[in-house]
Design a protein around this ligand. Structure first.
Ligand SMILES: [Zn+2]
Length: 319
């Protein structure tokens, strides 16, 4: 059974309308009545007064100081009511006063629809900020396909550029009723998380899982099971989550981790209770993979550990 929980940052419920992305007439018509999601220079989104959801404005309500160009907008999609949603980057100096919310806070507090829309906008606008020039000729790039591509305007016939999504695997490894978690030296004290790393060219996801666990902990695996995935726009990854079984529990740490250990449900329950151990952030697939593993274990210690997993913990960056 795959991860049953819909993870934060995914599940917008919007129809992305790929077939409309090059229909300029349709895009222009929709722009006039669109619901706008507004990102500031720091990648934060403008929110309602209570910060519980994004602020949606229409083009007509914006002032002269934040005049927007429809060609720079990103078509997020059409909702079930037929409303069309665009994300836009506010110009520097815009005079809109509204609370700003970062994406980690949004992932923790907003609905799936809202946090997923933010994740899409953050990933695409972040990519467009970093890819300013054509990688083939160095020419100027400008948005195409309703914001989902960048097109070189040099006239040299260069390839259209599409947003990057970097694949990373993340895995909770088990052996004889215990799970393997590790920590990096830069993380807050006591935080342990599933092992993770980027997929390399010419490598299957299962091979990447085996290689990463081997590199980071010196453990070889006898079985790898896919559980689910989560967009992770820090800055533009997708996390592919696995459970795996170790062939042998002997550990040999590599350079990336400060520590890695096998934890029984009892040790996790005691560590969470004493606040010596902290689970990864509840917004992350790492948290949900661990939670799912605990829910599959039998006995009181496993249910204790599950009940004690922190509802809110410090975030763990993987960028
Ligand atoms: Zn070019």
């Amino acid at each position: 059974m795959p991860l049953s929980t819909r993870l934060p940052l995914s599940g917008s419920g919007l129809d992305r309308c790929d077939e409309r992305r090059q229909d300029r007439d349709w895009l222009r018509q929709q722009w006039a009545r669109a619901r706008l999601w507004l990102l500031d220079d720091d990648g934060r989104m403008l929110a309602r007064e209570d910060c519980a959801a994004p602020l949606h404005l229409d083009v007509a309500s914006l002032t002269e100081a934040c005049r927007l160009d429809a060609d720079d907008a990103l078509l997020l999609g059409v909702d079930a009511d037929g409303d069309v949603h665009f994300a836009v980057q506010l110009p520097a100096g815009s005079d809109l006063s509204a609370p700003r919310v970062g994406i980690r806070e949004a992932a923790a507090r907003w609905s799936a629809t809202d946090s997923a829309g933010f994740a899409c906008a953050a990933a695409v606008f972040g990519w467009r900020r970093r890819y300013r020039y054509c990688p083939q000729c160095g020419g100027q790039l400008s948005p195409g396909r309703a914001g989902f591509s960048l097109i070189c305007r040099s006239g040299s016939g260069c390839t259209e550029q599409f947003p990057r999504t970097d694949s990373a695997v993340i895995v909770v490894v088990e052996h004889d009723g215990r799970c393997l978690l590790g920590r990096q030296a830069s993380w807050p004290a006591g935080v342990y998380s599933a092992l993770a790393g980027f997929v390399e060219p010419g490598e299957s996801l299962e091979e990447a899982v085996c290689r990463e666990v081997g590199e980071e902990a010196g453990v070889s695996l006898s079985e790898v099971r896919y559980r689910g995935s989560q967009p992770w726009p820090f800055p533009h990854s997708i996390m592919l989550g696995f459970h795996a079984t170790a062939a042998d529990p002997a550990l040999r740490l590599g350079d990336e981790l400060e520590d890695a250990r096998w934890f029984s449900p009892e040790e996790l329950a005691e560590g969470f209770a004493a606040q010596r151990l902290y689970a990864p952030s509840p917004i992350s697939i790492s948290y949900h993979l661990l939670r799912e593993w605990l829910s599959m274990q039998e006995g009181e210690a496993a249910s204790d550990a599950l009940a004690r997993m922190p509802a809110a913990a410090m975030g763990v960056r993987r960028d």
